[in-house]
Design a protein around this ligand. Sequence first.
Ligand SMILES: Cc1cc2nc3c(=O)[nH]c(=O)nc-3n(C[C@H](O)[C@H](O)[C@H](O)COP(=O)(O)O)c2cc1C
Length: 396
Amino acid sequence: MSLAIDFCGIRFPDPFTLAASPATGTGEMVERAFDQGWTSAVLKTAAVEREDVKLVYPMIAGLDHEDKRLFGMENIDLISDRKLKDWETDIARLRKRHPGCIVISSMMASSKEDWQEAARRLEGAGAHLIECSFSCPHGMPERGMGAAIGQDPDLTERTATWVREAVKIPVVIKLTPNVTDIVLIARAVKRAGCAGVCAINTVKGLIGVDVETLRPIPSVAGYSTYGGYSGAAVKPVALKCVAEIAKGVETEISGVGGVYTWRDAVEFLAVGARNVQLCTAVMMWGYRIIEDLKEGLEFYIEGKGFASPADIVGRALPYITTHESLSRDHKPVAEIDPSKCLKDDLCHIACRDGGHQAIEVGEDRVPRVDAEKCVGCGLCTCVCPVKGCIALKERK
Ligand SMILES: Cc1cc2nc3c(=O)[nH]c(=O)nc-3n(C[C@H](O)[C@H](O)[C@H](O)COP(=O)(O)O)c2cc1C
């Protein structure tokens, strides 16, 4: 079956795209990714030669959670320090050697002339689509770049218009989640006449402090700065942004943030994305994950009786509503399957100290739910290590 889906007027062979990142840092890397099954990539953000980009090292730090390493990642990377002319050469080569693949150029600039020059040159080199980063949380605000644009609807509309006017290929604007209302920014992109948006870039954060030295990390000669947080931890933020844009603006959306598996991708499609990008998962597990992504999505689509990924797009949206319109008559109750219970007391402890004291443990250590006290909050279903052992059921 085909996983092809249209995004911004271009037929993508499948919805998975490598996001602008170190994983797309050179044409040679993207060629390797294409050889391993990726069919589209956003090249690392580039700028005209006038922008002198000086990177800092280390630029990456990870957030571990209990025994899970790299639950989240923070970077203080900037855009590519390669020359635009080198990217032009790479794009031309990618187009020639991988004619079936989609090459998206990401760019950033600090003046109208530079935005337009870069866009024209990238189009001239053969890019199928241009993605403009209005969204790096730490990258060069002193030059009016990055999130400095994407946090302001007027600057967004003005800058997006410059780029859209300069080229014939579709233009997508990559948005920052670090705003009060992302829909206002997406509307500005729409007013500028761009083909779509990409949501989200990284979430601005401070990933940690080394408790031995009491210095923030990543430590660049003893100092650090706020950076861009990505990976599994940001998926809920990204899904929310995509859903809000899909419900609030008629535009095409590429969803990105915390996608690791085909299941994550299905969620992004279900909240309105037509394309799904991956960065941190690839930096962690390598290009090879594309095999599982494509196979898993194919299997899912067939199993559900859908014809293509487009059938999933927006399916969850009608069910996202306001808090006030949620039913107050729905009163579920927790039910424990004793045959699956590990007798580890976790549900009892959580319910006792974080819930409604509705789970008691008897001498046999099997937890029992007091339906009178249980409000069906759902906490026990989340803390139980055995999936499916505790479920919320309709009250009899
Ligand atoms: C080290 C690193 C470098 C990145 N560089 C860029 C970049 O040059 N341009 C850009 O638009 N986004 C950049 N991003 C953001 C990613 O493309 C992506 O939007 C973000 O990491 C969220 O997706 P993820 O959770 O799959 O990583 C970078 C992310 C990381 C981790």
